[in-house]
Ligand binder design. Sequence first.
Ligand SMILES: C[S@@+](CC[C@H](N)C(=O)[O-])C[C@H]1O[C@@H](n2cnc3c(N)ncnc32)[C@H](O)[C@@H]1O
Length: 283
Amino acid sequence: MASDLKSDTVGSVVRRTAARLDSDGVPTAKLDAELLVAHVLGVSRAGLAIERDRTLTRREQERVAELADRRAAREPLQYVVGEWGFRRLTLTVDERALIPRPETETVVERCLVLIASLDAPRVLDVGTGSGAIALAIADEHPGARVTGIDVSQDALSLARENAGRTGLEIELLQVDMLAGIPGSDWDLAVSNPPYVRPDEKAGLAPEVVEWEPHVALFDGGHTERLVRDAARALRPGAALVLESFDERARAVAELLRGMGFVDVAVTRDLAGRDRVVEGRRPT
Ligand SMILES: C[S@@+](CC[C@H](N)C(=O)[O-])C[C@H]1O[C@@H](n2cnc3c(N)ncnc32)[C@H](O)[C@@H]1O
């Protein structure tokens, strides 16, 4: 149910929306209220300050109330507003795929460093989801020829929309990575594989466990399979970059070493947590 509508200014609508989200247990109520109002008004969050005394139209107030209802039901803010920033891109996000996370931007950062010396590297993004990693690499390394694979047709349809939206060309294929990754002679394979263990499910926020696709979240041995396959599908000297976290990242690094990868390294995300594991096939 939409809340009672009063003719009101930006400042008071933000306050009212924040109080409503807070009472429904949304952990970042004030920030989310600001982002929802900014979205409805078509301004940035910083732009809200300039609009503070503006009175919202009845239609705008109704729209804020509708979106606040969705957020109060713990739908992720990103799905409610329908788009989200990743690196230099703005991508469509919805329940078809995982919301691209800021820590995954560090994955892209490492990929770009590892292919910087190649004019036209062949890049494989395994479990492409919204297409975030594949599209960001295509955007920031214009010579790269990028293929994204996913088992989920829903995710692939969203990735296709995002390719159209950004005007970037990538190849998208439906492939089950647990049955093996396609092709050979890749210069770089990258993946943010599902890596939540089933016993961690109870600790997940409702925004994650009730809204994001479980095929994108839960570990089914994807990382181990991928490391084994990459040792075959990468050309000598090519790189493998995987997202993981904390102590698991160090275990993945050991796995790479065990499969004969060299130059194995772990990079921290912006929060200082071990996050990105990389290695190269020996030349
Ligand atoms: C953690 S999400 C990553 C999505 C995107 N790359 C990102 O970083 O935002 C993992 C992705 O792997 C896909 N996936 C899960 N199991 C798979 C499988 N067996 N084969 C291929 N893709 C799979 C999911 O559909 C999901 O899109």
